[in-house]
Ligand binder design. Structure first.
Ligand code: ZN
Length: 273
């Protein structure tokens, strides 16, 4: 291998390491916990590391790094719009959004829903998330938990359908929870976005539901398993142990690996017309 190639390879491998070290919003220990506690197959582990280091055969990688002469375009092989690089494939492709990203998001949301409902004694056993069908409304004498349900409001509120909503019937407190699995670089931005998104709904519900308090909790897991420093606090508010971040992270990681595998199964070279 030439010195230049060796250097390039080193640079690429170091990319993820740099992200982790330079992003002050990332909880580095928690982010890396899937490697030791995730129970993920070695093959998937290797594949995820390759995704994190951006050394998978996307069209951009093949054209600019491998310099494969057969690759004429870096347009995404799925949507033919965005540039096909790792970030595009794991978080921005409009062809992958409706099914693949939604499934990944819902799996993370289901794990949280199960834990919340179990803690509040709204359900009495924990079903594995991949077999779990959340009820739109689950309740007991003390709590009501909504799943992906539109909230009736007095004023017009565009964002009126959070992933999960908890109503405490005794204290009249409302907790709005919204989940996101964005590109690693966007995790902090996404947390803020989610809080702003439900501001109007919070205000409206305070009046219409005569709630004593409405809080918005963003649960954001990076597409390749990144954990923000805020997650611990948010899980605490939900009365959940921080340890469940490994489960949430694992669902996000497996979802991302599935998405990327699906794309790479399609030939990178443009089909002759
Ligand atoms: Zn695309």
């Amino acid at each position: 291998m030439s010195v230049e190639n060796a250097w390039k390879e080193k640079e690429l491998h170091g990319r993820y390491h740099n992200i982790l070290n330079n992003d002050e919003n990332i909880d580095k220990t928690a982010t890396l916990s899937w490697l030791t506690r995730g129970g993920i197959f070695p093959e998937t582990e290797g594949f995820l590391c390759a995704i994190q280091d951006q050394i998978i055969p996307t069209r951009s990688y093949l054209k600019y790094i491998v310099k494969d002469g057969n690759i004429k375009t870096t347009k995404c092989r799925m949507c033919n719009k965005g540039h096909e690089n790792v970030e595009h494939l794991i978080s921005s492709c409009e062809v992958l959004a409706p099914r693949e990203y939604t499934n990944r998001h819902n799996n993370v949301a289901k794990i949280l829903h199960i834990e919340i409902c179990y803690k509040l004694k709204v359900i009495d056993c924990k079903t594995p998330y991949y077999k779990y069908n959340p009820k739109n409304v689950a309740e007991n004498n003390n709590f009501m938990v909504y799943w992906d349900r539109e909230i009736q409001t007095d004023r017009e509120v565009i964002h009126n359908r959070p992933d999960i909503l908890i109503f405490d019937k005794q204290t009249k407190e409302i907790t709005i929870i919204d989940i996101s699995v964005p590109a690693p670089a966007n995790i902090h931005k996404k947390e803020k976005e989610k809080i702003d998104k439900y501001l109007l709904l919070s205000e409206d519900m305070k009046e219409t539901w005569q709630a004593t308090c409405v809080r918005v909790i963003p649960i954001v897991i990076g597409a390749t398993g990144e954990i923000t420093k805020n997650l611990k606090r948010y899980l605490q508010v939900l009365d959940q142990p921080f340890g469940i971040h490994t489960e949430l992270q694992k669902a996000a990681i497996l979802g991302t690996c599935n998405v990327v595998r699906k794309v790479l199964n399609k030939p990178a070279k443009e089909q002759e017309k």
